[in-house]
Design a protein around this ligand. Structure first.
Ligand code: ATP
Ligand code: MG
Length: 356
């Protein structure tokens, strides 16, 4: 089923937590809501599920307004941020609970629970109690309990946040495979983890302070961030932002001039120049020599921290440099440059073709 949010606005007391949110989620889509803590993600999910009422705006499911529809009639299943299993029930009873509530026949319950447990690889846990399970196993049981209802829309609120890094990677892959590839359920998945969003989503909506910043595919958000918030939120390490100036259609930075070869006419004056850490290299012909403040080892590569004026430039390298802390090293730009308006912080243009 498709889900459409129209002009959703919500305040708690005098704090506006959602500001005129408009999103259309297609049938079968794996849609991720991404935003920092407190941005309004859970509130938006609760509004879709019918657990919270918007002050203004409409929720449409398959084109039908559901604002007045009881949560149980929306055919939506939600796994909460702090999912709670019933501690006094074993796994089988936890999973079957929603079916029992609906008065489903016993044989049907047994076969349905078996089917879902099989799907989530927890058949061997059906007789156990929640306290006997690891976090990841409890997580799967919570998912099973939601899935058993055969929902047409699945809402997941940070379902992997309590798990260790390895299990998160495994489960995010499995979850997408199951919900999207196998079952084709329309899924709205909330996370504050941009890597989770990038790896799982068909499309992502980035939300900040209750306002929708941008909707797009992971690639669109990475390659065409609408503003500095998205630019620095998506991608690791974060995009570098440098104060610079445009004069005579050239960008002045580090006392040098970058001549733009693209046909775009640049706005003159102060701008914010963005460049990703992966697009800065060590070597000549350099644009500047910057002091090495430190190095972080990631295993797969290295992040160099370079000082200039009062700020820091990050550089991502696959191999270690011979440079030592305190040394001035030559850097060059080797990738797209993003120009943001210095007051609105909106993207003005992206430049691929330039010369120093
Ligand atoms: N019932 C409530 N009463 C008052 N304020 C609330 C209520 N629920 C949420 N808020 C406030 O609304 C804002 C958005 O909360 P919400 O839980 O939607 O954020 P979130 O994006 O899910 O954050 P997190 O990533 O930490 O879960 C927060 O400032 C929160 O304090
Ligand atoms: Mg939340």
């Amino acid at each position: 089923m498709s889900v459409e949010l129209k002009n959703i606005t919500k305040a708690f007391g005098s704090t506006e937590v959602l500001k005129d949110v408009n999103i259309r989620i297609e049938k079968g889509e794996f849609f991720v809501l991404l935003g920092p803590s407190g941005s309004g993600k859970s509130t938006l999910l609760r509004i879709i599920a019918g657990l919270e009422e918007p002050d203004r705006g409409e929720i449409l499911i398959n084109g039908q307004r559901v604002n007045e529809l009881d949560p149980s009639k929306r055919n939506i299943a939600m796994v909460f941020q702090n999912y709670a299993l019933y501690p006094h029930m074993n796994v089988f009873n936890n999973i079957s609970f929603p079916l029992k509530m609906r008065g489903v026949k016993k044989e049907e319950i047994i076969s349905k629970v078996r089917e879902v447990a099989n799907l989530l690889n927890i058949t061997h846990l059906l007789d156990k109690y929640p306290y006997q399970l690891s976090g990841g196993e409890q997580q799967r049981v919570a998912l099973a309990r939601a899935l058993v209802r055969d929902p047409e829309v699945f809402l997941l609120d940070e379902p992997l946040s309590n798990l260790d890094a390895k299990l998160r990677v495994k489960l995010r892959f499995e979850l997408r495979k199951l919900l999207h590839d196998q079952l084709g359920i329309t899924t709205i998945y909330v996370t504050h983890d941009q890597i989770e969003a990038m790896t799982m989503a068909d499309r992502i909506a980035v939300i900040n302070k209750g306002a929708l910043m941008q909707i797009g595919t992971p690639t669109e958000l990475y390659e065409k961030p609408k503003n500095t918030f998205i630019a620095t939120f998506i991608g690791t390490p974060s995009m570098n932002l440098i104060m610079a100036r445009v004069e005579d259609n050239a960008i002045k930075v580090f006392g040098r001039r970058i001549i733009v070869r693209d046909k775009t006419r640049l706005p003159e004056g102060d701008i914010i120049l963005g460049i990703r850490p992966q697009d800065i290299k060590v070597g000549e012909p350099s644009i500047a020599r910057l002091k090495l403040a430190g190095e972080e080892k990631l295993g797969s590569g290295y992040i160099l921290h370079l000082n200039f004026e009062n700020s820091e430039l990050l550089l991502y390298l696959e191999r270690e440099t011979a440079a030592v802390k305190g040394e001035f090293i030559p850097v060059l730009f080797d990738g797209p440059l993003y120009l943001f308006d210095s007051s609105t912080e909106e993207l003005v243009t992206k430049i691929d073709n330039y010369e120093v």
